[in-house]
Design a protein around this ligand. Structure first.
Ligand SMILES: *Cc1c(COP(=O)(O)O)cnc(C)c1O
Length: 418
């Protein structure tokens, strides 16, 4: 029988304290865990220097950006809006790198302010050349294979639109030449992986590209380091996956005399397990002998979309003042009038229900959904059913919870309507 989970960093008294002050649902981030994850990224094995970027789309609150920037992180931005958001949080433009599916209208101004850019398509390279002839550019390639967990998180290979397809090197070179551009950085980001073999394969494919661009001085291996959110899942050990990568950099230098600088840009790894959603049980219903017992929370896809779209698994814990003696298998659902608003889908299959073994739940119990530091607050259909955006709290290393985003006022939802 599956074990009852306990929250990763919240306990009943902290949950009560936070909920009394700020209500539920809300996101809580653990500063000590954020810092610990950041330290292990900064210790990534490297041969000729390391730049660590935080892929801010994972969790873009200014408090988190400032924390990582203060530890020496640079930023990977996925849109022009993210670039502005990072600058508004105080990050210097020169420390922001843009790798976007859609280029911003004000790209020229952002480049003039000093941001770096990776051209993610031939058209983007062309646009950069028009705006910035003679400039220095990074190239994001799709190296031809990916390692993502499923077809929605896979970001490499022929079925992925991210990056310039690796066979288009001659078109890239032609465009570089036409605008007198220098390619100084190669970038790939091909999705989740914790296997050192895969890392070595990725590094090898990348060096095949670096070889073809003599001015490239930096290789960016992207992010996508697998994090175990559930108790039985493993988290990537960066020291282990990084060793063969460092050896590859050294081997390349021995062959070519080129000492390539390493960039990494994790999002998930830094934040996923350092965040939780604190919610309350707002109803418990049953569909009879042939059916299910359901727990309905005051949160759901409005705060955490991943289970609904990927069948992603998140630890769920019930916190009770008088712990229940009994347990039950529950389907846990969100508060939206939407049958897809399920927090316990079958693993990897959002179409199917699964149950969780939990203490017998009562209305008003606290519920903690762990592993929600990444792609939760930053990726939600928060206004569906007109639920306001939830608050965010940083649990400081000192043990003090600090509000880092207010709960949205209801009327702000329709503030732009005319
Ligand atoms: C999303 C993204 C990342 C971070 O991915 P994680 O899986 O969160 O580590 C890194 N680089 C680029 C270009 C991205 O788009």
């Amino acid at each position: 029988m599956a074990k009852i989970t306990q929250p990763r960093f919240l306990d009943l008294s902290m949950a009560q304290q936070i909920a009394e002050t700020h209500g539920t649902p809300l996101y809580v981030y653990d500063e000590a865990l954020l810092r610990r994850n950041a330290e292990s990224v900064l210790a990534f094995p490297n041969a000729y220097g390391l730049t660590a970027r935080y892929a801010m789309k994972a969790s873009p609150n200014a408090a988190i950006l400032k924390l990582f920037a203060g530890m020496g992180f640079h930023i990977d931005a996925s849109s022009g809006h993210e670039v502005h958001r990072a600058m508004a949080a105080g990050v210097e433009a020169s420390k922001i790198s843009l790798s976007a599916q859609e280029l911003p209208a004000d790209l020229g101004e952002l480049l003039a302010a000093g941001i770096k850019m990776n051209a993610c398509s031939l058209a983007q390279l062309e646009r950069f050349g028009q705006l910035n002839p003679g400039g220095r550019i990074g190239l994001r390639f799709n190296p031809g294979s990916g390692s993502g967990g499923n077809n929605r998180t896979n970001v490499g290979g022929p079925s992925s639109s991210f990056g310039i397809w690796h066979e288009w090197v001659s078109q890239v070179k032609e465009t570089l030449q036409r605008y007198d551009l220098t390619a100084t950085r190669i970038h790939t980001h091909i999705g989740s992986g914790s296997d050192p073999e895969v890392w070595l394969k990725v590094a090898t494919m990348n060096f095949d590209l670096v070889r073809q661009f003599p001015d490239v001085a930096t290789l960016n291996l992207g992010g996508g380091y697998k994090v175990g959110r559930m108790p039985d899942e493993k988290t990537t050990d960066l020291q282990i996956v990084g060793q063969p990568v460092r050896a590859k950099f050294e081997q390349f230098a021995a062959e070519t005399g080129r000492q390539i600088h390493l960039e990494v840009e994790p999002g998930t790894f830094l934040v996923a397990n350092a965040g939780a959603v604190l919610a309350k049980v707002q109803d418990v219903v049953s569909t009879g002998a042939g059916g299910y017992d359901f727990i309905k929370l005051d949160t759901g896809m409005t705060e955490l979309l991943r289970p609904s779209i990927y069948g992603a698994q998140h630890p769920i814990s019930i916190l009770q003042e008088c712990p229940s003696e009994n347990t039950r298998d529950y389907v846990v659902v969100g508060h939206c009038c939407e049958s897809g608003d399920i927090l316990t889908p079958a693993p990897g299959d959002p179409e199917l229900l699964a149950t969780r073994h939990l203490p017998e739940a009562k209305i008003g119990d606290f519920c903690v959904i762990d592993g929600t530091g990444a792609y939760a607050s930053g990726m939600t259909p928060k206004h569906y059913n007109s639920y306001p955006e939830a608050a965010e709290v940083m649990l400081e290393s000192s043990g003090v919870p600090r509000l880092i985003r207010r709960r949205q006022k209801l009327e702000d939802i329709w503030a732009n309507e005319l």
